[in-house]
Design a protein around this ligand. Structure first.
Ligand code: AGP
Length: 624
């Protein structure tokens, strides 16, 4: 939520900040802004340009302006405190107009800080919590100058920020630029992501790797309660006492193409088409030559997983649906009871957890506040936490006892597609891994199931070949104002995911239901011509589902069925059939989700929606 970019040491700072904002816009698009230290060395000045609306408004505002400068910070906002207006857009500036701050997160004690500043005579220019930070840092910087105190790291700005963040409650990723130290950017983090980029004679920071990858692959994840001082000569990281320390430094292994559209009209479509490769990458090297499965990171004690007697899966949104799919595999293969919980609910419950409860936290970004808090809630009760995430070094990955990376590459479209599919694949791998640890499957059964997973790559290509047909169907159905998605068993999470995908990018009302529940209420919604999308692939409950389809059809629904190719009965039960390759029923969801992603995509395009940046949403939800 919100994207931050910063760079010092480039003569074209304004251009690189704008470019960085373009790569981060998917994190929030209510407003955008930048600040630069401009002007002659002898008399530098702070230049700030910010606009409500998408980045295009800022680009327009900047066009034609001479904005020289070697250091700059930028921000793309998902509004929390204060409406998405020019005034509330970041950067926010101190009263003397010489210091600018960009922020991702929420300062929870903002009311108290606001009252204090107002009482001290500070005039506030916005309704945001961030502006308070600008005034506080400037006041600390002035106090340090007044006291004639030498700053611990040589940067008074760093010491001023250190003093300020000690007073903040809540979450923050902050970057501060000050005319007094024209080539320095100071940054701090607690609970919101911030990545530093090392480069020759230039230093970078961004909310995520997509903002840096065009410039450097040498990155360092700034950790909670750390502060970084960026100058063209390098980056110094300290703790809040000013003691030198380090973040998590590593080389990024994907390149800039992965974060570009490469000829596709939208990132979402590109990412849907990347799924066969993403699946292959997620499985690569998991099964060792000894026939044993392993996790990417494993900090659990020997035998700990063998003693697990219960699993909770915690996640939000699409990742929650992936967890729901995973439940079927874990129960079936590893013979463990599984509860799947919405993280924002789980974190405030009092679940029965102990060292024998495995908590699986699923998050594409690894930065979703509620999922991180749910995992922490589990750890507080000594339950081991295993993360399934796409982001190496993310908060969730670092705070877990074991990690399975989904290796889907960067996902820029706000609607999760390839990361969902790879999360489901990862839950299947986890189910097999737990089966291996608990010896509920024979090694050859694990090998066989793993080979079936690997075989899905080419089958996904076959499913993608239905794209034109689905586009036609989407065009035909896009006039409907209400869609129902129904399914049973492992197909149910796919129905829920199909409905979520459609509503988030087309803004149409869509709901998913267990098909067996229809008679208990939802069937009242059916009227003539209303589309009902059914996940009806081969399974032990397919016959039951066919009866449910007959019931909705008899009441006028137009039924679109995803069915196993060659199913003779489905054509009598549905108006439109999309055939999918025949696979094990626990793996069928991995194929079935693709036509629903394409359907949502094409309906949204037909309605002229902003597919990659749907209204009111942001890619990474770092607030509650
Ligand atoms: C789905 O398309 C959304 N982007 C959203 O539901 C997302 O899955 C959710 O916010 C969780 O994000 P995470 O996987 O990064 O934790």
């Amino acid at each position: 939520m919100c994207g931050i970019i910063g760079c010092t040491g480039r003569d074209d700072a304004v251009d690189v900040v704008l470019h960085g904002l373009a790569t981060l816009e998917y994190r929030g698009y209510d407003s955008a802004g930048l600040a630069l230290v401009s002007g002659p060395q002898a008399a530098p000045e702070l230049r700030v340009v910010k606009r409500a609306g998408k980045l295009a408004s800022l680009q327009q505002a900047v066009e034609g302006q001479a904005l020289p400068g070697r250091s700059g910070i930028g921000h793309t906002r998902w509004a929390t405190h204060g409406a998405p207006t020019d005034r509330n857009a970041h950067p926010h500036v101190s009263g003397d107009g010489r210091l600018a701050v960009v922020h991702n997160g929420i300062i929870e004690n903002h009311e108290a800080l606001r009252s204090e500043l107002v009482a001290a005579g500070v005039e506030l220019a916005s309704e945001t919590d961030t502006e308070l930070v600008a005034h506080l840092v400037a006041a600390e910087r002035d106090a340090l100058a007044g006291d004639g105190q030498a700053a611990t790291t040589g940067s008074a700005l760093a010491e001023a920020l250190r003093r300020t963040v000690r007073r903040l409650e809540g979450q923050y990723a902050l970057a501060v630029l000050d005319v007094h130290e024209p080539e320095t950017i100071v940054a701090a983090r607690y609970g919101a992501p911030l990545i530093l980029g090392h480069d020759d004679d230039v230093s970078w920071l961004a909310s995520d790797i997509a903002g840096l990858i065009a410039h450097t692959r040498d990155v360092e994840v700034l950790l909670d309660r750390q502060l970084a001082v960026l100058t063209p000569g390098g980056i110094a990281v300290t703790d809040l006492d000013g003691e030198p320390t380090e973040g998590l430094r590593y080389k990024v292994d994907w390149d800039v193409d992965a974060a570009e559209k490469q000829g596709y009209p939208h990132f979402m479509l590109k990412e849907i088409y990347e799924q066969p490769q993403a699946l292959t990458d997620t499985l690569l090297g998991r099964l060792g030559e000894d026939g044993l499965l392993s996790l990417d990171e494993q900090r659990l004690a020997e035998g700990e997983l063998r003693r697990i007697d219960k699993v909770y899966v915690v996640a939000c949104g699409t990742s929650y649906h992936a967890g729901m799919v995973g439940r079927y595999a874990i129960e079936h293969w590893a013979r463990l009871g599984v509860e799947v919980e919405i993280a924002s609910e789980f974190r405030y419950r009092d679940p029965i957890l102990n060292p024998h409860t495995l908590v699986v936290a699923i998050s594409q970004s690894g930065e979703t506040t509620d999922t991180i808090a749910a995992a922490a809630h589990a750890r507080d009760q000594r339950a081991p936490v295993l993360a399934i995430t796409n982001v190496v070094g993310s908060t969730l990955a670092r705070q877990s006892d074991g990690v399975l990376y989904t290796r889907a590459g960067p996902e820029i479209g706000v609607a999760a597609t390839k990361t969902f599919l790879t999360q489901v694949v990862a839950t299947a791998v986890l189910a097999l891994f737990l089966a291996q640890e608990r010896r509920t499957l024979l090694p050859e059964e694990i090998g066989d199931a793993f080979a079936r997973l690997e075989a899905l790559g080419p089958l996904l290509e076959q499913v993608l070949a239905h794209d034109d047909r689905i586009a036609e169907l989407a065009h035909h159905l896009s006039g409907a104002d209400y869609f129902m998605f129904i399914a049973r068993h492992a197909g149910l999470p796919i129905a829920l995911e199909g409905a979520l995908k459609l509503k988030e990018i087309s803004y149409l009302h869509a709901e998913g239901f267990p098909a067996g529940e229809m008679k208990h209420g939802p069937i009242a919604l059916i009227d003539d011509g209303g589309p009902v999308i059914a996940v009806a692939t081969r399974s032990h409950v397919r016959a039951k589902l066919l009866s449910n389809l007959a019931e909705v059809r008899a009441r006028g629904a137009v039924v679109v069925a995803l069915a196993t190719e060659g199913d003779p009965e489905i054509h009598a039960a549905a108006d439109h059939v999309i055939g999918l390759p025949d696979v094990h029923e626990l793996l069928a969801p991995i194929l079935a989700v693709v036509p629903l992603q394409l359907l949502a995509y094409h309906v949204a395009v037909a309605l002229g929606r902003d597919v990659d940046q749907p209204r009111n949403l942001a890619k990474t939800v770092t607030v509650e």
